[in-house]
Design a protein around this ligand. Structure first.
Ligand SMILES: Cc1ncc(COP(=O)(O)O)c(C=O)c1O
Length: 289
């Protein structure tokens, strides 16, 4: 399959796709994005992703690149041109192309880029063993609820985690609370058996997977509390896991080198992984732990 990129109006072979060096995404990280998974060409939770994209755009006062359902149509067309069983659709919108000056330029149109690639979901070893996370201070700006392409603190945190042999970095806030991962949401099952995750306020990104997992937990009688939890609490939690569009529901079995409970994926984590995979129409193997 030769990959294409949609760049403001047309599909081009990926290698030929270009934006200007004066794209404000390139110069100022002045843009937003979405990552959406698709199965057999059908994007999952597309409405939720497009609603979050709209919110990110409006928070930054970037006009929509396309009106009405046109964005959805282009996204579906991008998937149609990449026949894959499991795909990841990437949408990026920047404020546009203009001579470099910090304040918003007048009269520019936003730039829309769409790409598709094969999805890489966690492999069997990660699912069965769980993954390790390393904690780091949350050095991001004050609005990580906006899905901005300005990801330097996330990049540095992920790199530090990778160098420590960990799959993900958990970002710790000023009160010692676990906010979220560099590219995922963070969860524990506390000492009372309740599922706990940080509230979707301005301190974290409201993950789409997070919203689906919350709904699944509530629908299946798992008690859920949206509240900040501390690193100390996480270290003595019964279970821990992370969620994202590409990581699905993934057990966390080591935090800063210490085992979570007995170091094995927990029962609630396994149940939610199964429910989430089934809800997405993913094969059962993606929930085998
Ligand atoms: C900082 C951050 N938190 C959470 C998530 C999970 O969001 P979603 O479930 O929508 O993929 C992501 C996804 O990339 C992220 O970058």
């Amino acid at each position: 399959m030769s990959r294409l990129a949609y760049v403001t109006g047309r599909f081009l072979p990926l290698r030929q796709a270009r934006v200007s060096v004066e794209d404000r995404g390139y110069q100022f990280a002045d843009g937003v994005y979405e990552v959406i998974k698709a199965i057999d060409g059908e994007p999952l939770d597309l409405d939720r992703h497009l609603a979050r994209l709209d919110r990110s755009l409006s928070e930054l006062r970037i006009p929509k690149p396309l009106v009405g359902r046109a964005l959805e149509q282009v996204a579906r067309e991008a998937l149609r041109r990449h026949p894959l069983r499991f795909a990841i659709l990437y949408l990026q919108v920047t404020r546009g192309t203009a001579a470099r000056a910090h304040a918003f330029p007048s009269g520019v149109r936003p730039n829309l880029v769409i790409t598709v690639r094969r999805a890489q979901f966690p492999g069997e070893a990660e699912r069965r063993e769980g993954v390790a996370v390393r904690t780091l201070p949350d050095l991001r700006w004050g609005r990580p609820d906006i899905k901005s392409i300005a990801l330097l603190p996330n990049v540095l945190a992920k790199q530090a985690a990778t160098e420590a042999g960990c799959r993900e970095a958990w970002l710790i806030g000023t009160e010692g609370e676990v906010r979220e991962g560099s590219a995922s949401n963070a969860w524990i099952v506390d000492g009372d058996g309740r599922l706990v995750t940080h509230p979707a306020d301005r301190r974290i990104l409201a993950g789409i997977t997070r919203s689906v997992v919350l709904e699944l937990a509530r629908a299946h009688g798992i008690e859920v509390v949206e509240r900040p939890f501390s690193l100390e609490e996480a270290l003595v939690a019964r279970e821990a896991f992370l969620t994202s569009t590409t990581s699905l529901v993934l057990p966390v079995t080591r935090i800063d080198g210490r085992a979570v409970a007995n170091g094995r994926p927990g029962a609630i984590t396994r149940e939610l992984a199964r429910l989430y995979a089934a809800r997405c129409g993913l094969p059962a193997e993606f929930a085998r732990m």
